[in-house]
Design a protein around this ligand. Sequence first.
Ligand SMILES: [Zn+2]
Length: 361
Amino acid sequence: MNKSPLVALLSLGFCFPSRAAEQLPNLSDAKPAARFAVTDITWPAKPGDAEICLWKDDKIAPVSFTVDDNWASEVPWWMEQSEKYGNFPITWFIITKKVGGRSNGGTWDLWREAVARGHDVQSHTHTHLHTEEPDWQSIEWEYAESKKLIEENMPGHRARILAYPGGPKSKLNSEEAAGKLYAGARWATGTLLPVNAMPYLGVRAITESSFDNPKAPWADPKRILTPGDKVFRTWCVPIYHGAGDKSVERPFFKWIADNKDKLWLGTFCEVSLYAQERDTAKLEVTENTSSRVGFTLTDRMDDNVFDGPLTVKVRLPDKWKTVAGTQAGKPTAARFVEHEGKPYALVQAVPDRGPVVLVAK
Ligand SMILES: [Zn+2]
């Protein structure tokens, strides 16, 4: 008997439930409508209920430090500050043509070391829009050449994020061109945008000078931890070039360290990947008994690029005092937490990488 096309399609979907048909390179909407309702931390009520946390480890909001234009001379100072104030990771957006030669561009050894120490190095184009240079070709070339050089000179490391150069030629930048090569991108200026309407190819940056500054309330990082604020829980991306006066105390850094339990201190790339996976993810509880809870997690993003875990919060069966998790049969991190006397798990699961099973240890 011949199957109708519909039946054939359905059976194909049934055979390969975890391979999403779509493999989006990024979410490119420059002015997205609100994708979801923003809430405070929530706690699913019934055993077996599960939800995707807005941010990793169920933190309130993320902060991603970014430093543009190499500034190799200040890399040691940044590493010291990171260690002193809560181990925040730094993303250096480097101009690849400056590496190994021109002033303060750093060496590939330096950038490899930064990554080895838990920081990140991503693209700030090849020449920084120096169109007068003889080898300059096009904006596509600016974006592609830096990605190629980072990946060639930093084996095993991927350039998945672009920071657009500012300055007089900034108009040459193109979110469309960036979206063909990168998973996400950041402008050099801006404000705090609501977490549910983030333009991932045009994330805005704020400066440390707006911290606790009544003259710059639109970009005060403290707002991301303020319930009811329209930018509550959003992603804060401070931008630096030179770090300025290094002899003064930095109240912003102290605030970061003091609020470490509420903030996800993630690299720009980690947070961008998390957010786009989350915004396209589907979570389905497939098993819910007193001894096992199972779920599947899928998303619409390109699995070769978007390979980080989401945090899934699961209300566990009442009597559980511990939890252990597997994804596709391999152990995955699952942290047991209690809220108002009820047991929960915070589970790390990568979308489209197979079913997750939780059991009491
Ligand atoms: Zn720059």
